[in-house]
Design a protein around this ligand. Structure first.
Ligand SMILES: *Cc1c(COP(=O)(O)O)cnc(C)c1O
Length: 450
C-alpha cells in the first residue's frame, strides 16, 4: 500500500491539463455561427431561434418547442402553460436547483416538496402520492444529475389524479428513459441551456410539448411578438393577443440559438463519449467499499445523457464514518482535479430548509409567500423529507471527464482506490462535514421550524 499524498506520499494523478474537463466543445463552426448573427445585426430577431426550435423538435421527436432567455423562464412558462395559478400546489423534489420550482410562488401557487431516493437522487415515486391534495396541479420531475427519473410510476400516479407532469431536463438533455427521450414523456418539458449545462449554448432555455394549448399558453405568457391572433388556436387566449399575459419578455438571444444549431449536430456523439469515459471509470470502481456509482443500468434502454455532474453515492458507514469532506481532501492531495469540473463533497441542499420557503413574505401578503394564497399550511408536509435532509453528506461530485482517455482515467481510478484502501489513516484529523455542506451557491439555510 503506497502512502497517501496527503501524508507526503506520491501523487497518483500526474495529468494536469484541463482539456479533459473543458466544456462545451467550441469549434470554428460555433464561432462562425455567432459572428453571422452579429454581422447580420440579428441579435434580437427570432428567425434563427425558430430554426433552432425546429431542430430541437426533430431531434427529440416533439411537436412544439419554444426558446427562452433562460431555463428559469422556461420552467415558469411551463407552469403557466399547465394552468398553475392562485392557491394551486406543485410538487417538486426538495433536492434540486431552486429554479425547478421557485417561480411557482410568482404565479400565486405554492411548492409542496417531495423526498428523493438515496441511490438515484431523484424524486422517490413511493413518496409521491402522499403529497397530492385536491389543490395539486402539477408535478415537477427533475432528471437530477442526469439520472432519468422513474417516469413510469410517476406518470401512472399523475394520470390517476389528473395532474400534469413537467419535466425539468436541465441536467439531462437528450437522455433516455427506457428508450424514450427525456422531455417527451411528461406533458411539457423545460430545460436550461446555460453555459454550465450539458447542452450549453449560453444564457438560454427551451420548452417543448406535444400539447398545443400548453404551447400557446407558454407563448402568451412572455413571447408577445408571437402572441398574435393568427398564430393562436386557443379561443380563450385570442382576445388578449399582442401583450404578454405574464408581463414577461422571454425571447432567446439569437447568438445562443445560433450556437445551439451547431451544438445539436454533435451533441449525441459527444455525450456518448462522456458516457463511455464515465462508465469506464465506474466499471473499475464497482464494489469498492465507501463509494457507489450514481448511474443507471443502460441495459434497460435508459442512459445518463451528457452525465451532467457525475456523482458518487458516498457511504461513510463503510469507511468507519469518514466524512465526505475528508475523503475529498485526500483525493485532492492525490492530484484529483478540484477546480471547475472537479471533486466537491455534497450535492444541492434541500430547498425546504431555506427561509424563502418557510418565513419570507416576498410580496407583502402578511404571511409567508409559500402559503399566502392557501388555507392549508403546506409547510407541515415538509416533515418527512428524511433523505433530502441528509443526502448532501452522502454525495460527492466527481471529476467530469469529457473525453474517453483511458490512460488518464486509470490514474483517477487508482487515486480513488488508494484513498478507499487507506481510509483508516484519514480518520484521525477528520473534522467532519461542515453544516452547510453542498449547494451550488452560498445559500444560507436554516433548519426548518419544528
Ligand atoms: C440550471 C437549472 C435551472 C435554471 O436554468 P437557468 O438557465 O440557469 O435559468 C433549472 N433547473 C435545474 C435543475 C437547473 O440545474
Amino acid at each position: 500500500m503506497s502512502k497517501l499524498a496527503l501524508f507526503g506520499g506520491e501523487k497518483t494523478v500526474t495529468y494536469t491539463e484541463t482539456e479533459m474537463f473543458d466544456w462545451p466543445i467550441i469549434t470554428d463552426e460555433d464561432r462562425a455561427a455567432v459572428l453571422d448573427v452579429l454581422n447580420k445585426r440579428a441579435m434580437s430577431g427570432t428567425n434563427i431561434t425558430k430554426e433552432f426550435e425546429k431542430d430541437w423538435c426533430e431531434w427529440l421527436g416533439a411537436k412544439y418547442a419554444l426558446g427562452f432567455n433562460n431555463g428559469t423562464a422556461a420552467l415558469h412558462a411551463a407552469m403557466f402553460g399547465c394552468g398553475v395559478g392562485r392557491g394551486d400546489e406543485v410538487i417538486c423534489p426538495s433536492v434540486t436547483y431552486w429554479a425547478s420550482c421557485t417561480s411557482a410562488m410568482n404565479l400565486g401557487a405554492t411548492v409542496v416538496f417531495a423526498d428523493v431516493d438515496k441511490d438515484t437522487l431523484g424524486l422517490d415515486p413511493k413518496k409521491l402520492e402522499s403529497k397530492i391534495t385536491d389543490k395539486t396541479k402539477a408535478i415537477i420531475v427533475v432528471h437530477y444529475l442526469a439520472y432519468p427519473a422513474d417516469m413510469d410510476p410517476i406518470m401512472e400516479i399523475a394520470k390517476k389524479h389528473n395532474i400534469k407532469v413537467i419535466e425539468d431536463v436541465s441536467h439531462a438533455q437528450g437522455g433516455l428513459y427506457k428508450g424514450r427521450r427525456l422531455g417527451t414523456i411528461g406533458d411539457v418539458a423545460a430545460a436550461s441551456l446555460m453555459a454550465g449545462k450539458s447542452f450549453a449554448i449560453g444564457e438560454a432555455g427551451i420548452l417543448n410539448t406535444d400539447d398545443r394549448e400548453i404551447y400557446e399558453r407558454a407563448i402568451a405568457f412572455g413571447t408577445y411578438e408571437r402572441f398574435t391572433e393568427d398564430n393562436i388556436e386557443t379561443d380563450y387566449l385570442k382576445p388578449y393577443a399582442g401583450l404578454p399575459l405574464g408581463g414577461f419578455k422571454h425571447r432567446m438571444h439569437q447568438m445562443s440559438a445560433a450556437v445551439g444549431r451547431v451544438q445539436i449536430k454533435y451533441y449525441d456523439e459527444r455525450c456518448a463519449e462522456i458516457r463511455k469515459a464515465l462508465n469506464y471509470f465506474w466499471d473499475q470502481l464497482e464494489g469498492v467499499p465507501g463509494i457507489q456509482a450514481h448511474r443507471v443500468d443502460e441495459s434497460t434502454g435508459s442512459n445518463m445523457a451528457g452525465w451532467y455532474v457525475p456523482t458518487c453515492i458516498y457511504k461513510p458507514e463503510e469507511l468507519d464514518g469518514l466524512s465526505a469532506t475528508r475523503f475529498c481532501e485526500a483525493l485532492a492531495a492525490e492530484g484529483v482535479i478540484v477546480e471547475g469540473a472537479g471533486i466537491k463533497p455534497g450535492c444541492n441542499r434541500p430547498l425546504h430548509t431555506h427561509p424563502l420557503f418557510q418565513t419570507a413574505d416576498v410580496y407583502g401578503d402578511g404571511k409567508p409567500t409559500r402559503i399566502a394564497f392557501k388555507d392549508n399550511d403546506v409547510r407541515v408536509m415538509d416533515e418527512d423529507l428524511e433523505v433530502s435532509e441528509y443526502i448532501n453528506t452522502r454525495a460527492i461530485y466527481l471529476p467530469y471527464f469529457k473525453h474517453y482517455k483511458p490512460e488518464i482515467i486509470d490514474q483517477y481510478v487508482a487515486a480513488f482506490k488508494k484513498v478507499c484502501e487507506n481510509y483508516k489513516e484519514l480518520l484521525e484529523g477528520d473534522k467532519g462535514d461542515a453544516d452547510n455542506l453542498g449547494g451550488w451557491h452560498r445559500f444560507k439555510h436554516t433548519k426548518k421550524a419544528k
